[in-house]
Unconditional design. Structure first.
Length: 598
């Protein structure tokens, strides 16, 4: 079968020069490259990929073509028997694993995409090749020897640990920066007054051109003396030194772990996606007297939203709300923002100025988008936190959503204001916690509502006392009736009744004929402390009946009454029950017969 070996080209944009091309004749396996290239173009066209995405994936085919360079590879084709081809494709995947790092995702991604292109070609050309079909549908080789843990939410204990630690880091760094401001105010030009005093060194780092700073002298104040230096100023970290940064640099700008601490707290307050704070720019933030407005960009559903974060804190009394955290960070980065040459919000100090990669005119400053970037893993390692892996900011987002599910009791509540297409595709059903907790919450609320709707009202007090303490209303009137009961009335009832002419089991206007057997499940019933001796006598009668009846018969006739009675008695204090147990009471009414309440 002849194969078209002409170049496959895709263009994107109006400029005809902006294109990518795969030329099959450049490779020994030209026929195979041409066929898979057809699958490549067809696949991306069918799924609606952007031209830039399709062009980016073309590098995978070029790598495959360069690897299959043996003379016999010229005979490879998707229309052949398949034994040799599947072996060579397997060799290529093994080569990717060997040439990539142990944690690289390149073998996984490349193997997966080539399988998709092969499957698309076989389906679109109606090529029947069971061996190739089996290879293309089999799991790809990725070289991973372990399975990653699921990206689930942090437990409540872990959430509190991260929050406490992050707050401690923020306080520590802010205190350190305040010390730096005080020292800098007393600094003088070190070219005239020497580099042997900390205030002069800080003055030189801030005010001198980069070429005039002798970093060899600056780094004499190494981390070995950091603990002593911090102790002299009343500041010392848990580990005895300032982690992640040179001690002098962290007096002028927050170190990397300050940024991750603020971001952890901010994400725990807002539930934002990690990218909404990672690339934050100063131009994205506006400050008002009562709010902080943040324009955040979300990648999964490409959009930019402006969040209004309440903030009433001041520099003198900083708070911990989402808006307050932004204000605290702005205060901490104030000097760094002045010296930086870009608009990045997270501008911090580095460990060693000689190793800094920076967009600033000062080598000891860098923005958080470039290396080094702190992470939750650095907090865990520095402070020895007991936190489960993986250490990923996305887990904070899921933690917030799970907490919302607990509080609101619904899956939609977990989504919050993120009502996009993904919500309706169950994107937020990301863990069993959301479903289990929300279902349990709904069941719990339903049970409480149902028990309140069909059960009696319990008043822990004597009816005669209630008449003098509660305002006018049904409870006060029933309390008066109970307090005025005669000896005969007390033998005929086990509770008070707010409305005997509106029973829940009969038509309105009819007198209740279900007392007392159904009183303890009726919303009209009101039980005072006066009724406890009668309830205990009622329970004794039911127990005697249970001894004289077969268990199935007793359960069918009196089982619910005993359950209702037990539930009510358990809600009164034990000492009240014990005191009432010694009061002699007689109930004349046969409890297995209906009788009028009055």
């Amino acid at each position: 079968m002849d194969v078209d070996l002409t170049p496959r080209t895709i263009r994107f944009g109006l400029d005809r020069r902006n294109a990518t091309t795969i030329t099959p004749t450049e490779y020994s396996c030209s026929r195979l490259v041409a066929e898979i290239a057809d699958g490549w173009l067809g696949y991306h066209e069918s799924v609606g990929s952007q031209p830039a995405t399709t062009a980016n994936r073309s590098s995978i085919l070029r790598k495959l073509g360069r690897h299959l360079s043996r003379p016999e590879d010229s005979q490879l084709t998707l229309h052949g028997p398949g034994e040799m081809l599947t072996q060579r494709l397997h060799d290529w995947e093994q080569h990717l694993i060997a040439s990539s790092g142990p944690t690289s995702r390149v073998p996984k991604k490349h193997g997966l995409m080539v399988r998709k292109y092969v499957l698309h070609y076989l389906a679109s050309r109606r090529v029947k090749n069971e061996l190739l079909q089996a290879w293309a549908t089999a799991p790809n080789l990725d070289g991973q020897t372990r399975l990653d843990r699921p990206l689930d939410e942090f437990s409540n204990r872990e959430r509190l640990t991260l929050e406490r630690t992050s707050r401690a880091v923020v306080r520590q760094c802010e205190a350190l920066l305040q010390t730096g401001r005080d020292l800098l105010a007393h600094g003088r030009d070190p070219r005239q007054h020497g580099w042997n005093e900390v205030p002069n060194v800080l003055w030189g780092l801030v005010n001198l051109p980069e070429g005039e700073i002798p970093y060899g002298q600056v780094e004499l104040f190494t981390s070995a003396t950091a603990a002593t230096f911090l102790d002299e100023h009343g500041i010392i970290s848990r580990s005895g030194q300032v982690p992640e940064s040179h001690p002098l640099f962290s007096l002028l700008a927050p170190p990397d772990h300050y940024a991750i601490a603020v971001r952890v707290l901010l994400h725990l307050k807002t539930g934002w996606a990690p990218e909404e704070t990672k690339n934050l720019q100063r131009t994205d933030i506006e400050y008002t007297d009562t709010h902080v407005l943040v324009r955040a960009r979300k990648l999964r559903t490409p959009r930019t939203r402006t969040h209004s974060l309440p903030s009433a804190a001041t520099d003198e009394s900083p708070g911990w709300s989402a808006g307050d955290l932004i204000r605290r960070a702005r205060r901490s980065y104030e000097l760094a923002h002045t010296l930086a040459e870009n608009e990045a919000f997270w501008v911090g100090s580095v460990r060693r100025a000689r190793q800094a990669t920076t967009v600033s005119g000062h080598r000891w400053l860098h923005h958080q988008n470039g290396p080094p970037v702190a992470s939750i893993a650095s907090l865990v390692a520095t402070y020895g936190l007991d936190i489960s892996e993986p250490y990923d900011l996305r887990r904070l987002r899921k933690t917030v959503k799970s907490a919302r599910a607990v509080l609101l009791g619904t899956l939609a509540g977990a989504a919050g204001d993120d009502h996009t297409v993904e919500v309706f595709r169950n994107h937020y059903a990301h863990s069993t916690t959301v479903h289990a907790v929300s279902a349990a919450t709904v069941r719990r609320v339903q049970e409480q509502t149902l028990s309140r709707a069909i059960g009696p009202v319990l008043i822990p007090g004597l009816a005669s006392e209630i008449t003098a303490t509660v305002p006018a209303g049904p409870i006060r009137q029933v309390a008066r009736d109970v307090a005025a009961e005669s000896a005969t009335d007390r033998q005929l009832s086990v509770s008070g009744c707010a409305n005997p002419h509106a029973p829940p089991h009969r038509e309105a206007g009819q007198v209740c004929m279900d007392a007392p057997s159904m009183c303890l499940r009726c919303p009209n019933a009101i039980v005072f402390t006066d009724h406890i001796p009668r309830l205990l006598a009622y329970r004794q009668i039911l127990k005697e009946l249970s001894n004289s009846l077969a268990p199935p018969q007793f359960a069918a006739v009196y089982g619910q009454q005993l359950a209702n009675l037990t539930e009510i008695l358990e809600r009164f204090p034990d000492d009240t029950i014990a005191q009432a147990a010694g009061t002699p009471v007689r109930l004349h009414l046969p409890l297995n017969e209906r009788a009028s309440h009055r």
